[in-house]
Design a protein around this ligand. Structure first.
Ligand code: DGJ
Length: 347
Protein backbone atom coordinates (compact mmCIF):
# COMPACT_ATOMS: atom_id res chain seq x y z
CA UNK A 1 0.00 0.00 0.00
CA UNK A 2 1.46 3.39 -0.82
CA UNK A 3 2.09 6.02 1.83
CA UNK A 4 -0.69 8.33 0.66
CA UNK A 5 -3.34 5.59 0.99
CA UNK A 6 -1.98 4.63 4.41
CA UNK A 7 -2.10 8.26 5.55
CA UNK A 8 -5.67 8.60 4.25
CA UNK A 9 -6.81 5.42 6.08
CA UNK A 10 -5.23 6.53 9.37
CA UNK A 11 -6.84 9.98 8.99
CA UNK A 12 -10.30 8.37 8.51
CA UNK A 13 -9.72 6.06 11.52
CA UNK A 14 -8.62 8.93 13.75
CA UNK A 15 -11.54 11.07 12.64
CA UNK A 16 -14.11 8.36 13.34
CA UNK A 17 -12.59 7.57 16.78
CA UNK A 18 -13.14 11.18 17.87
CA UNK A 19 -16.49 11.72 16.14
CA UNK A 20 -19.56 12.74 18.11
CA UNK A 21 -22.15 10.03 18.56
CA UNK A 22 -24.93 11.44 16.35
CA UNK A 23 -27.86 9.72 18.00
CA UNK A 24 -26.49 7.77 20.93
CA UNK A 25 -24.48 8.17 24.09
CA UNK A 26 -21.22 6.23 24.41
CA UNK A 27 -20.15 6.59 28.06
CA UNK A 28 -16.41 6.87 28.56
CA UNK A 29 -15.57 7.37 24.85
CA UNK A 30 -14.17 10.56 23.36
CA UNK A 31 -17.17 12.83 22.76
CA UNK A 32 -16.60 15.50 20.13
CA UNK A 33 -18.54 18.69 19.47
CA UNK A 34 -20.14 19.56 16.13
CA UNK A 35 -16.75 20.81 14.87
CA UNK A 36 -15.17 17.44 15.62
CA UNK A 37 -13.17 18.68 18.64
CA UNK A 38 -13.39 16.73 21.92
CA UNK A 39 -15.81 18.45 24.31
CA UNK A 40 -14.03 20.26 27.18
CA UNK A 41 -16.73 20.75 29.83
CA UNK A 42 -15.81 18.75 32.91
CA UNK A 43 -17.89 18.67 36.12
CA UNK A 44 -20.86 19.43 33.89
CA UNK A 45 -24.00 21.32 34.77
CA UNK A 46 -26.89 21.54 32.32
CA UNK A 47 -29.24 24.51 31.94
CA UNK A 48 -32.46 24.14 29.94
CA UNK A 49 -33.53 27.45 28.41
CA UNK A 50 -35.54 28.54 25.36
CA UNK A 51 -35.90 24.99 24.04
CA UNK A 52 -32.15 24.37 24.16
CA UNK A 53 -29.74 22.62 26.46
CA UNK A 54 -26.62 24.46 27.62
CA UNK A 55 -23.73 22.39 29.02
CA UNK A 56 -21.30 24.33 31.26
CA UNK A 57 -18.05 22.86 32.53
CA UNK A 58 -14.37 23.25 33.27
CA UNK A 59 -12.28 23.72 30.13
CA UNK A 60 -9.17 21.65 30.82
CA UNK A 61 -7.70 21.88 27.32
CA UNK A 62 -4.47 23.21 28.84
CA UNK A 63 -4.48 20.68 31.72
CA UNK A 64 -5.08 20.92 35.46
CA UNK A 65 -6.31 24.09 37.24
CA UNK A 66 -8.09 27.10 35.78
CA UNK A 67 -6.01 27.76 32.68
CA UNK A 68 -8.90 28.74 30.42
CA UNK A 69 -12.20 29.24 32.26
CA UNK A 70 -15.75 27.92 32.06
CA UNK A 71 -16.92 26.58 28.72
CA UNK A 72 -20.42 26.42 27.27
CA UNK A 73 -21.89 24.11 24.61
CA UNK A 74 -25.46 24.09 23.29
CA UNK A 75 -27.67 21.33 21.93
CA UNK A 76 -31.25 20.66 20.92
CA UNK A 77 -31.04 16.85 21.20
CA UNK A 78 -28.47 16.13 23.97
CA UNK A 79 -26.32 14.10 21.53
CA UNK A 80 -24.82 16.84 19.35
CA UNK A 81 -23.17 19.82 21.04
CA UNK A 82 -22.06 23.10 19.50
CA UNK A 83 -19.14 24.91 21.12
CA UNK A 84 -20.40 28.35 22.27
CA UNK A 85 -16.95 29.37 23.54
CA UNK A 86 -15.97 30.41 27.05
CA UNK A 87 -18.96 31.64 29.07
CA UNK A 88 -16.61 32.87 31.84
CA UNK A 89 -13.02 33.18 30.62
CA UNK A 90 -10.29 33.07 33.27
CA UNK A 91 -9.50 36.73 32.61
CA UNK A 92 -12.95 37.63 34.00
CA UNK A 93 -12.08 36.09 37.38
CA UNK A 94 -9.96 37.49 40.23
CA UNK A 95 -6.28 36.84 39.59
CA UNK A 96 -5.66 34.29 42.34
CA UNK A 97 -8.22 31.94 40.77
CA UNK A 98 -6.58 31.96 37.31
CA UNK A 99 -3.87 29.67 35.99
CA UNK A 100 -2.70 27.82 39.15
CA UNK A 101 -5.99 28.73 40.86
CA UNK A 102 -9.07 26.52 40.91
CA UNK A 103 -12.51 27.08 39.42
CA UNK A 104 -14.62 23.94 39.57
CA UNK A 105 -18.12 22.49 39.18
CA UNK A 106 -19.88 25.51 37.57
CA UNK A 107 -23.68 25.38 37.54
CA UNK A 108 -26.07 27.88 35.94
CA UNK A 109 -29.72 28.64 36.74
CA UNK A 110 -32.10 31.35 35.53
CA UNK A 111 -33.45 33.94 37.94
CA UNK A 112 -37.00 35.07 37.04
CA UNK A 113 -36.78 38.24 39.19
CA UNK A 114 -33.59 39.71 37.72
CA UNK A 115 -34.02 37.93 34.35
CA UNK A 116 -30.36 37.00 34.58
CA UNK A 117 -28.58 33.70 34.27
CA UNK A 118 -26.66 33.04 37.48
CA UNK A 119 -23.53 30.89 37.68
CA UNK A 120 -22.18 29.49 40.94
CA UNK A 121 -18.80 27.77 41.11
CA UNK A 122 -16.20 26.52 43.58
CA UNK A 123 -13.25 28.92 43.76
CA UNK A 124 -9.94 28.06 45.30
CA UNK A 125 -6.39 29.32 45.43
CA UNK A 126 -3.51 27.03 44.47
CA UNK A 127 -3.38 25.57 48.01
CA UNK A 128 -7.15 24.81 48.12
CA UNK A 129 -7.60 27.08 51.20
CA UNK A 130 -9.77 29.89 49.76
CA UNK A 131 -12.59 27.28 49.41
CA UNK A 132 -15.30 29.80 48.50
CA UNK A 133 -18.30 30.16 46.24
CA UNK A 134 -17.96 32.34 43.16
CA UNK A 135 -21.01 33.98 41.62
CA UNK A 136 -21.28 35.44 38.12
CA UNK A 137 -24.27 36.63 36.09
CA UNK A 138 -25.18 37.19 32.45
CA UNK A 139 -28.22 38.24 30.43
CA UNK A 140 -27.57 35.41 27.93
CA UNK A 141 -27.04 31.74 28.74
CA UNK A 142 -23.88 31.60 26.64
CA UNK A 143 -22.40 34.62 28.44
CA UNK A 144 -20.16 36.46 28.70
CA UNK A 145 -20.80 36.16 32.44
CA UNK A 146 -19.64 38.99 34.70
CA UNK A 147 -17.92 37.91 37.90
CA UNK A 148 -19.90 39.35 40.84
CA UNK A 149 -18.50 38.05 44.14
CA UNK A 150 -16.68 35.50 46.23
CA UNK A 151 -18.21 34.31 49.50
CA UNK A 152 -18.71 31.56 52.05
CA UNK A 153 -22.47 31.31 52.55
CA UNK A 154 -22.53 30.11 56.20
CA UNK A 155 -20.50 31.76 58.97
CA UNK A 156 -21.46 29.58 61.97
CA UNK A 157 -18.50 28.32 64.00
CA UNK A 158 -18.48 24.58 64.60
CA UNK A 159 -15.45 24.71 66.88
CA UNK A 160 -12.95 25.60 64.17
CA UNK A 161 -9.36 26.01 65.29
CA UNK A 162 -7.74 29.45 65.38
CA UNK A 163 -4.96 28.16 63.13
CA UNK A 164 -7.27 26.34 60.66
CA UNK A 165 -5.52 26.79 57.27
CA UNK A 166 -8.98 27.27 55.74
CA UNK A 167 -9.70 30.14 58.20
CA UNK A 168 -13.19 28.82 58.93
CA UNK A 169 -13.42 30.56 62.31
CA UNK A 170 -12.90 33.92 60.62
CA UNK A 171 -14.56 33.35 57.22
CA UNK A 172 -17.15 30.61 57.77
CA UNK A 173 -17.38 27.01 56.58
CA UNK A 174 -15.44 26.05 53.45
CA UNK A 175 -17.23 25.85 50.09
CA UNK A 176 -15.97 23.16 47.70
CA UNK A 177 -17.78 20.54 45.52
CA UNK A 178 -21.17 22.06 44.78
CA UNK A 179 -24.40 21.97 42.85
CA UNK A 180 -27.55 24.08 42.51
CA UNK A 181 -31.16 22.96 42.61
CA UNK A 182 -34.31 24.95 41.77
CA UNK A 183 -37.39 23.61 43.54
CA UNK A 184 -40.97 23.53 42.19
CA UNK A 185 -41.83 26.63 44.26
CA UNK A 186 -39.06 28.64 42.55
CA UNK A 187 -36.70 28.62 45.54
CA UNK A 188 -33.10 27.76 44.71
CA UNK A 189 -30.57 25.92 46.87
CA UNK A 190 -26.82 25.37 46.85
CA UNK A 191 -25.55 21.97 47.97
CA UNK A 192 -21.85 21.96 48.85
CA UNK A 193 -19.15 20.15 50.81
CA UNK A 194 -18.24 22.25 53.84
CA UNK A 195 -16.30 22.06 57.12
CA UNK A 196 -13.17 20.88 55.28
CA UNK A 197 -15.35 18.51 53.19
CA UNK A 198 -16.53 16.65 56.33
CA UNK A 199 -20.16 17.80 56.12
CA UNK A 200 -22.51 18.60 53.23
CA UNK A 201 -24.53 21.82 53.43
CA UNK A 202 -27.79 22.74 51.74
CA UNK A 203 -28.45 26.49 51.73
CA UNK A 204 -31.48 28.38 50.40
CA UNK A 205 -30.53 31.25 48.07
CA UNK A 206 -31.88 34.80 48.15
CA UNK A 207 -34.48 36.09 45.65
CA UNK A 208 -31.85 36.95 43.02
CA UNK A 209 -29.95 33.68 43.54
CA UNK A 210 -26.75 35.67 44.11
CA UNK A 211 -26.16 34.81 47.78
CA UNK A 212 -27.63 32.89 50.69
CA UNK A 213 -31.02 33.93 52.07
CA UNK A 214 -30.36 36.04 55.15
CA UNK A 215 -30.40 35.81 58.07
CA UNK A 216 -29.24 32.19 57.73
CA UNK A 217 -31.11 30.13 60.33
CA UNK A 218 -30.36 26.41 60.66
CA UNK A 219 -33.44 24.27 59.95
CA UNK A 220 -35.21 27.26 58.38
CA UNK A 221 -33.13 28.11 55.33
CA UNK A 222 -30.06 25.92 55.61
CA UNK A 223 -28.96 22.58 57.09
CA UNK A 224 -25.94 20.34 57.72
CA UNK A 225 -26.25 16.92 56.06
CA UNK A 226 -24.25 13.70 56.59
CA UNK A 227 -22.24 15.31 59.41
CA UNK A 228 -18.64 14.05 59.46
CA UNK A 229 -19.26 11.62 56.58
CA UNK A 230 -16.96 13.29 54.00
CA UNK A 231 -19.22 13.28 50.93
CA UNK A 232 -18.68 15.39 47.81
CA UNK A 233 -19.78 15.71 44.14
CA UNK A 234 -23.44 16.36 45.10
CA UNK A 235 -26.03 15.73 42.36
CA UNK A 236 -29.55 16.58 43.61
CA UNK A 237 -32.87 15.92 41.83
CA UNK A 238 -36.53 15.53 42.70
CA UNK A 239 -39.30 13.17 41.68
CA UNK A 240 -42.83 13.77 42.92
CA UNK A 241 -42.44 15.24 46.37
CA UNK A 242 -39.24 13.32 47.12
CA UNK A 243 -35.71 14.78 47.00
CA UNK A 244 -32.75 12.64 45.97
CA UNK A 245 -29.05 13.39 46.39
CA UNK A 246 -26.26 11.32 44.83
CA UNK A 247 -22.78 11.92 46.30
CA UNK A 248 -19.30 10.40 46.13
CA UNK A 249 -16.67 9.84 48.79
CA UNK A 250 -13.64 12.17 49.02
CA UNK A 251 -10.73 10.48 47.24
CA UNK A 252 -9.39 13.26 45.02
CA UNK A 253 -9.44 12.32 41.32
CA UNK A 254 -9.73 8.59 42.09
CA UNK A 255 -13.16 6.99 41.83
CA UNK A 256 -14.97 5.51 44.81
CA UNK A 257 -18.42 4.16 45.68
CA UNK A 258 -21.35 6.56 45.24
CA UNK A 259 -24.37 6.53 47.47
CA UNK A 260 -27.69 8.29 47.46
CA UNK A 261 -29.96 9.76 50.09
CA UNK A 262 -33.63 10.72 50.06
CA UNK A 263 -35.72 13.29 51.92
CA UNK A 264 -39.27 14.62 52.02
CA UNK A 265 -37.98 18.04 53.05
CA UNK A 266 -34.96 19.52 51.27
CA UNK A 267 -33.46 20.61 54.61
CA UNK A 268 -33.81 17.07 55.94
CA UNK A 269 -33.84 14.70 57.56
CA UNK A 270 -32.01 12.91 54.73
CA UNK A 271 -31.99 9.10 54.83
CA UNK A 272 -28.88 7.52 53.31
CA UNK A 273 -29.71 4.56 51.06
CA UNK A 274 -27.16 2.43 49.19
CA UNK A 275 -24.75 2.62 46.30
CA UNK A 276 -27.14 2.91 43.32
CA UNK A 277 -24.57 1.41 40.93
CA UNK A 278 -24.88 -2.31 40.21
CA UNK A 279 -22.77 -4.77 38.21
CA UNK A 280 -19.05 -4.71 37.35
CA UNK A 281 -17.18 -1.67 38.70
CA UNK A 282 -20.19 -0.55 40.72
CA UNK A 283 -17.97 0.06 43.75
CA UNK A 284 -16.01 2.61 41.66
CA UNK A 285 -19.09 4.27 40.11
CA UNK A 286 -17.92 2.79 36.77
CA UNK A 287 -14.65 4.72 37.27
CA UNK A 288 -16.48 8.02 37.42
CA UNK A 289 -17.77 10.65 39.86
CA UNK A 290 -21.23 12.26 39.94
CA UNK A 291 -21.72 15.80 38.67
CA UNK A 292 -25.37 16.31 37.64
CA UNK A 293 -28.75 14.64 37.19
CA UNK A 294 -30.91 15.96 34.34
CA UNK A 295 -34.67 15.29 34.26
CA UNK A 296 -35.76 13.95 30.86
CA UNK A 297 -38.41 16.30 29.42
CA UNK A 298 -41.87 14.76 29.21
CA UNK A 299 -40.84 11.50 30.93
CA UNK A 300 -41.66 11.70 34.65
CA UNK A 301 -39.30 9.57 36.72
CA UNK A 302 -36.68 9.47 33.92
CA UNK A 303 -33.33 11.20 34.36
CA UNK A 304 -29.82 11.22 32.94
CA UNK A 305 -27.07 10.61 35.50
CA UNK A 306 -23.92 12.52 34.49
CA UNK A 307 -20.46 11.81 35.83
CA UNK A 308 -16.78 12.50 35.16
CA UNK A 309 -14.29 9.75 34.48
CA UNK A 310 -11.18 11.62 35.58
CA UNK A 311 -7.82 10.87 34.00
CA UNK A 312 -5.67 12.22 36.83
CA UNK A 313 -2.46 12.04 34.78
CA UNK A 314 -4.01 13.89 31.85
CA UNK A 315 -7.07 15.76 33.12
CA UNK A 316 -7.88 17.18 29.68
CA UNK A 317 -8.54 13.61 28.52
CA UNK A 318 -11.10 12.96 31.30
CA UNK A 319 -14.29 11.49 29.81
CA UNK A 320 -18.02 11.86 30.36
CA UNK A 321 -20.20 9.02 31.65
CA UNK A 322 -23.91 9.57 31.09
CA UNK A 323 -26.29 6.77 32.07
CA UNK A 324 -30.08 6.40 32.30
CA UNK A 325 -31.64 6.74 35.73
CA UNK A 326 -35.24 5.54 36.09
CA UNK A 327 -37.18 5.71 39.35
CA UNK A 328 -38.82 2.35 40.11
CA UNK A 329 -42.34 1.91 41.53
CA UNK A 330 -40.82 1.50 45.04
CA UNK A 331 -39.12 4.92 44.50
CA UNK A 332 -35.60 3.45 44.45
CA UNK A 333 -33.28 3.39 41.43
CA UNK A 334 -30.17 1.67 40.18
CA UNK A 335 -27.47 2.71 37.72
CA UNK A 336 -26.18 0.10 35.29
CA UNK A 337 -23.29 0.36 32.88
CA UNK A 338 -24.08 0.59 29.15
CA UNK A 339 -21.50 0.76 26.34
CA UNK A 340 -24.01 2.76 24.34
CA UNK A 341 -27.61 3.84 24.64
CA UNK A 342 -30.11 6.42 23.45
CA UNK A 343 -33.15 8.27 24.72
CA UNK A 344 -35.52 5.50 23.54
CA UNK A 345 -34.70 3.66 26.82
CA UNK A 346 -37.13 6.10 28.45
CA UNK A 347 -40.51 4.66 27.44
C1 DGJ B 1 -12.64 15.73 43.83
C2 DGJ B 1 -13.61 16.78 43.40
O1 DGJ B 1 -14.86 16.20 43.25
C3 DGJ B 1 -13.15 17.41 42.09
O2 DGJ B 1 -14.07 18.36 41.71
C4 DGJ B 1 -11.78 17.95 42.33
O3 DGJ B 1 -11.85 18.99 43.27
C5 DGJ B 1 -10.85 16.89 42.82
N1 DGJ B 1 -11.36 16.29 44.02
C6 DGJ B 1 -9.47 17.42 43.08
O4 DGJ B 1 -8.67 16.45 43.68
Amino acid sequence: MNTRILLFISFIMAASAARAADGEFRPGEVWSDTDGTPIQAHSAGILVSGGKYFWFGEDKTLGDRNRRGISCYSSTDLYNWKNEGLALPKEAMPEKFRDWGIVERPKVIFNPHSHRFVMWMHLDDSGYHAASAGIATSDKPTGPFTFAKQLRPIGDDFGYKDDDPNKQKQLGGTYRDMNLFVDDDGKAYAFYSSEGNATMYVVCLDDNFTGPETPAVPGKNWARLFVGKFREAPAPFKFGKRYYLITSGCTGWSPNAANYAVADNILGPWETKTNPCVGPDAEKTFHAQSTFVLPVAGKPGSFIFMADRWNKDKLEDSRYVWLPLIIKPDRSFTLEWRDKWDLSVFQ
